[in-house]
Design a protein around this ligand. Structure first.
Ligand code: BG6
Length: 297
């Protein structure tokens, strides 16, 4: 089903037979909504950002490509999230687990003349967004080098998960991992043995983390389980109060920062290099389970 946002940009709505849904915008290839079979929104979206395209919506799952954050010469999180993508009518096939029994859409972004001026590498970026019969959300991105020379890039699914209150949240699976702390000039630290909890601004890139990370929300008794392939790193970000009230976060109002946490499947620390004709795939699956499923005490 195709609908239009307030700016006339197409959005594709996926539904499953249980009543779950996901909405993907052609603006940025961004998943802007994901609801379970009870109609509850699982992704955060700031109230102020709604309908403010072409500026990227603060929430959902923006795609950061070909640069994450401000680690290179491009604008923060670079250009893919600000482009209008097209629906890919004849995508190259994907394994059965990412097609059969699922509701999905394929989107495509090709490097434009404008992109080539700031990033001189011809690419095709494909995104399949799948909603499973069980309501799981899967994003599969494929980057192909259609350039005559190799190129390197970073990538992140900047997933804004909706949480009851950030102080009720715990992230499991990153214990003992090394991370780059962006608040300390990207200095490297090692996480201690405990699960991660939140009491201040956090902006970290966990390096070569396990393929499965759990985000537990005690109050909602809900756990997001992120399973990733081709995405060795995990970003954990929450701006906290002071930064959320800064100019650059003007689209986060009141205490909205408390109701979100970004936990991203990403490839940042060691960028991907593709030779001409080569393709990279990054797959992120998010499932939601009752909290009792995990190792919660
Ligand atoms: C995080 C970065 O991943 O994304 C932060 O580490 C940044 O530095 C945040 O502020 C949001 O970025 P933006 O461009 O969407 O405001």
């Amino acid at each position: 089903e195709r609908v239009k946002d307030l700016n006339g940009i197409d959005q594709i709505v996926l539904r499953n037979s249980q009543g779950a849904s996901a909405k993907v915008s052609l603006h940025g290839g961004q998943v802007v909504s994901w609801r379970n079979d009870r109609g509850e929104e699982l992704l955060f979206a700031s109230t102020k950002a709604k309908g403010k395209a072409p500026k990227v919506i603060r929430g959902g799952i923006p795609i950061c490509f070909p640069q994450f954050d401000s680690c290179g010469s491009l604008e923060q999180h670079s250009f893919a999230r600000n482009k209008i993508w097209t629906v890919d009518e004849s995508p190259p096939s994907l394994p059965a687990k990412d097609s059969s029994g699922k509701s999905f859409v394929d989107l495509l972004l090709k490097s434009s003349e404008e992109d080539l001026k700031c990033w001189p590498h011809s690419f095709e970026l494909r995104l399949r967004v799948c909603l499973g019969a069980d309501g799981n959300l899967t994003l599969i991105s494929r980057v192909r080098n259609i350039n005559a020379k190799p190129f390197s890039f970073s990538f992140a699914y900047h997933s804004y998960l909706s949480v009851s209150d950030i102080s009720e949240v715990r992230v499991e699976g990153l214990e003992t991992m090394d991370y780059l702390d962006n608040l300390c000039q990207k200095e490297q630290f090692t996480e201690q043995g405990d699960a991660l909890t939140f009491e201040a601004e956090i902006e970290r890139v966990y390096i070569s983390s396990p393929s499965c990370v759990a985000v537990l929300d005690h109050e909602r008794k809900r756990t997001f389980v992120l399973r990733k392939e081709g995405l060795p790193d995990v970003v954990v970000w929450n701006p906290w109060e002071k930064k959320s009230k800064s100019k650059s976060m003007a689209d986060l109002v009141n205490d909205e920062y408390r109701h979100m946490v970004c936990v991203d499947g990403a490839v940042i620390e060691k960028p991907v290099t593709l030779k001409p004709g080569e393709e990279w795939t990054g797959r992120l699956e998010i499932i939601v389970v009752p909290s009792s499923f995990s190792s919660e005490g």
